[in-house]
Design a protein. Sequence first.
Length: 191
Amino acid sequence: MDNIRLLIVEDDPVWMKCISDYLEKENDITVVKKAFTEAEALQVNCSDIDVALMDLNLSDDEDFSGMKVASFLHKQGLKKIIMLTSWDEPEIILESFDNGVINYITKTSYRDIPKAIREAYYDKVSIHADISSLIINELKVERKARVLTPAEREVYRLKEKGLNKTEIAEKLYKSVETVKKQLKMIRRKIQ
């Protein structure tokens, strides 16, 4: 049985202790490094780590600095990063994947952490149930959006997020009439 060397990056000392204590019960997972801040995480030697378990928000500012750390560690060669957080907004989840994360688990699903770590280590990652429906929906949106022009895609994505014509027009600096015409064209193309 392999020994999986784990880095935990978590700013909340209570959560850090809970996660560490929980994982100590696993025979094949060893927490070899803990980082409580972005600065500490950016100093980690990635050659000593197999998998990282990363909190998204490493400060009280809601700056999502965990993404910056994930991106940095990924560029340093650590390709097995799991985001563990309480945030479940689609844009944040998708941006995490853009920054090198391979799985995303909400803290309410902490019991699934050992399995996710093993899957990452053995390159058998399955998208966690916390976000699988989001990924499926995003793929559906992407498929539909392929037939659209870039300008239409912008309008379509904002409409899918629930913005009305006026809000889309304001966000994209267009007239409401232009947005109406684009939405009509979009409906034609994707139906």
